[in-house]
Design a protein around this ligand. Sequence first.
Ligand code: DX5
Ligand code: ZN
Length: 217
Amino acid sequence: MATPLIAPSILAADFGWLKQECEMVNKSKADWFHLDIMDGVFVPNLSFGTPVVKAIAKEAKKPLDIHLMIIDPDRYLDLFLDLEPLVLTVHYEACTHLHRTINYISSRGVYAGVALNPHTKVSLLEDIITEIDLVCLMSVNPGFGGQKFIESTYQKVQQTKSLTAKYGSSTLIEIDGGVTDKNAGKLLKSGADVLVAGSHVFSSSDPQKTILDLKNS
Ligand code: DX5
Ligand code: ZN
């Protein structure tokens, strides 16, 4: 089991102290900044847009992992790609021409991620798994931080691991939603590579230690 990558979700940060929250992530053992973009249509909530992402990018000394929870994300890909994230993730359920979308992201030199809602089968990715750099398994229904982890995620991690092994693909497996110290170890044993954590990190009394503990799970 390799050391996991930890991606604190800025959605759970205190936006009045965004600069300080970014500095905390910079100083911590976290690997990426996870940024959740919500359109109020694909998910029943709004979050923030490119002005805020730009402000975070200015402070961040670590790569950006942008998670688009928006319908027909092709309309906004360039806007986010121009900010040069490491990863840009779209939802399987939000793309009519997923193959075209992920190939466009890759053509811009950015890792292409595909997120699956809790009800979406991993097997639907079989025909494109070798072209995806990251599969983001939603372990809550997307739209809000602080929700309860869905237990069937462990099985989906194993299914994704089998799929990548079958095709010899080096696709990373990321888990997003309700990740805490209670489920991190089992997720990593099941085959997860990247753990996104929002409220568990930002509502803790010592976020840097919480990040370190996740890293050592
Ligand atoms: C949920 C978002 C998550 C969220 C995770 O729709 O995609 O990234 O911020 O927050 P927690 O860790 O609090 O569940
Ligand atoms: Zn997310």
